[in-house]
Design a protein around this ligand. Structure first.
Ligand SMILES: *[C@@H]1O[C@H](CO)[C@@H](O)[C@H](O)[C@H]1NC(C)=O
Ligand SMILES: *[C@@H]1O[C@H](CO)[C@@H](O)[C@H](O)[C@H]1NC(C)=O
Ligand SMILES: *[C@@H]1O[C@H](CO)[C@@H](O)[C@H](O)[C@H]1NC(C)=O
Length: 597
């Protein structure tokens, strides 16, 4: 019997072997680099389990309610970057840049490899226990947030592998019943849009559109103001309402991502809803207790403003201000409202929030900090000289706006703010500044310098024995691997071309490495005041470490034309979006073909 059957089996075996070979070759080919260094990818795309685009709106916005992107050719905006072609970099300079850049890249590679090995698909790596942690819905925050960094650093194999994983994300499979609209927007949507802008990988824009359609449901509220607490089930049923006490950053930090999504897809609904927020910001800007700025908390249900009397550029408000000038850029200068709002806000910041520290070496340390203001709406305006690491982005914001709108004083202020944070880094034993501290302010008007007063310092400082001269208190001593200080140093370098900023950046990088490096990655630390270089690691590496901090360090040590500020605009999670090209054909609504898939 066995013998009789053998001849019939042989062809089947051949077929089996042939099929196996074909499949094997197919997978193998997949990993072979093609010509021009491009990788052939079989893009894996699995749609999410719910299609939010098909959901019926409870409070529909009709075509007639829609605002379209401003029409017409984008304006030629003033050049932002220093003209580096005028410089003649020495061989030594080039070598130093390369060495530093490679060090940053190795750190990123190491952290990514560890994430891949121990936390693949999770939101974060726990760098000490070497496990995964979900903090932002479990869709893989680090995975998505790191995409553009991998691309920019030329880590293409890692990038392609990440893209395939991203292609399988299901936005309707979340670890929580609620997600934060703000965080989901800046990390996930921003990360996808930027990686798409750089790589043109179709999977990425498909996932971005899915996510955009989901987040659009946050605006399906009675007054079309967004609900930051995105409760999936309520959103699906159209039951969301905007909060009456919402952080101003949450509502003010959607514009860049939603605009870029409309620009790429040609679907105006995304832009339309954020343009309504702009109108509210514009309408209320001069009627607050500190005219020009918005209170830290806003009322999205009734009339926008709240009785809140605190005004800050730190936590809960920060990027609402950052996005004003950046929106002007992304819209190719076609909406003057953003310019008006930015300049008005920055005047108020300059006159009321900024302060100069009292320092023993006032002549050399020509620096500024942003504080927090309490205002009762009348004459009483109190400045708290509280310095947050989060607020260190202010330097870049002032300098960028100053270049864009031709306000030289703002570029100078930006530099003093950026150098302020650099000073604060060096004022602590680890060479890294803490989350929140207080610094002795000068009492002289108009940001003028003041004399050092030892008596006042001894009286006011909470620990004059221990702190560097000028530090009044430390309110939150940790360092969470945050990017804002290097972000501003990077922007100032690109704008001014001042070479000493490269050394400032390198000292920051070395200090951060010394204080946070672990065997397999980097970790947030409990206290930047640790003596002798020993720091307590707190087993956390948020997605912004690779997405932002390491990207800015990498870029400052790279060719200044890599992600030029004249070609890209960064969202608040350091994701660069392509700027429209002046002269015409890039401006959607004014000519670009809508993307259909
Ligand atoms: C340094 O690098 C720049 C730009 O990458 C290049 O144009 C220049 O020739 C280099 N200089 C030297 C001395 O190698
Ligand atoms: C949801 O995601 C988790 C973890 O990523 C996975 O284990 C689970 O199978 C998913 N559930 C569904 C219904 O897809
Ligand atoms: C220094 O500060 C002390 C305490 O605040 C104050 O009494 C004194 O007048 C100050 N000295 C000068 C020269 O301003």
């Amino acid at each position: 019997m066995a013998i009789l059957k053998a001849p019939r089996r042989l062809p089947r075996l051949l077929v089996f072997v042939a099929v196996t070979c074909i499949i094997f070759t197919y997978f193998l080919l997949d990993r072979i680099p093609q010509r021009h260094g491009k990788w052939r990818t079989r893009t894996l795309y699995v749609p999410s389990s719910f299609d939010w685009a098909k959901r019926r709106q409870t409070h529909p916005l009709f075509e007639s309610d829609m605002t379209r992107l401003p029409e017409g050719p984008p304006h030629e905006l003033p050049r932002i970057q220093h003209d580096f072609s005028l410089d003649t970099p020495s061989k030594a300079h080039n070598q130093t840049q390369r060495r530093r850049r490679d060090a940053v890249r190795s750190t990123a590679q190491k952290c990514w490899a560890t994430y891949r090995e121990y936390a693949w698909g999770y939101d974060e790596l726990r760098p000490q226990t070497l496990s995964g942690l979900d903090t932002f819905s479990g869709w893989g925050a680090t995975l998505v947030d790191s995409l553009d960094t991998l691309w920019i650093m030329g880590l293409r194999t890692e990038f392609q592998e990440a893209v395939r994983m991203v292609g399988t994300i299901d936005w309707d499979n979340s670890t929580g019943v609620v997600c934060s609209l703000f965080e989901t927007n800046i990390r996930y949507l921003g990360g996808l849009l930027s990686a798409y802008d750089l790589s043109q990988e179709k999977t990425l824009i498909k996932k971005a559109v899915e996510l955009g359609n989901m987040l659009y449901a946050a605006f399906d509220t009675p007054n079309h103001m967004p609900a930051n607490a995105f409760h999936f089930e309520r959103a699906r049923r159209g039951l969301l309402v905007a909060d009456s006490r919402e952080q101003s950053a949450s509502v003010g930090t959607l514009s860049l991502e939603f605009t870029r999504l409309s620009q790429i897809t040609g679907d105006m609904k995304f832009y339309s809803v954020i343009d309504r927020i702009k109108s509210e910001l514009e309408r209320t800007q001069s009627g607050t207790k500190l005219p020009g700025m918005w209170p830290t908390f806003v009322d999205l249900r009734n009339g926008f403003l709240t009785p809140d009397s605190s005004f800050t550029l730190g936590a809960m408000a920060d990027s609402a201000y950052e996005y004003l000038s950046k929106m002007y850029v992304l819209l190719g200068g076609l909406d003057p409202t953003y310019k008006k709002m930015h300049t008005k806000a920055m005047e108020t910041v300059r006159n009321h929030l900024l302060f100069r520290p009292m320092l023993p070496d006032a002549d050399t340390a020509d620096i500024l900090f942003p504080g927090t203001v309490l205002s009762n709406g009348g004459k009483i305006i109190d400045l708290l000289p509280e310095v947050q690491h989060l607020g260190c982005f202010t330097g870049g914001m002032f300098a960028l706006g100053g270049k864009l709108f031709g306000i030289d004083e703002h570029v100078e202020i930006g530099e003093k703010l950026a150098r302020g944070c650099a000073w604060a880094y060096e004022a602590f034993p680890t060479g890294v500044m803490p989350e929140v501290s207080e610094i002795m302010p000068c009492k002289t008007p108009n940001l003028k310098p003041c004399e050092w007063n030892e008596t006042r310092w001894q009286e006011e400082s909470e620990d004059a024995e221990r702190f560097s001269k000028g530090i009044r208190a430390v309110r939150a001593p940790g360092y969470m691997l945050r990017p804002e200080a290097i972000e501003s140093i990077f922007i100032l370098y690109r704008i001014t071309g001042k070479e000493d900023l490269l050394d400032v950046a390198w000292r920051m990088f070395e200090s951060i490495q010394r204080a946070t490096e672990t065997k397999f990655a980097n970790s947030a630390i409990a206290d930047v005041q640790a003596d002798g270089g020993y720091t307590t690691k707190i087993d956390s590496m948020e997605s912004f470490w690779i997405a932002e901090t390491l990207k800015y360090f990498y870029l400052i040590f790279s060719d200044p034309e890599l992600i030029s500020l004249d070609e890209y605009v960064f969202n608040t999670e350091a994701h660069p979006f392509k700027r429209p090209k002046p002269g015409g054909d890039d401006m959607p609504g004014g000519g670009e073909k809508p993307m259909h898939d």
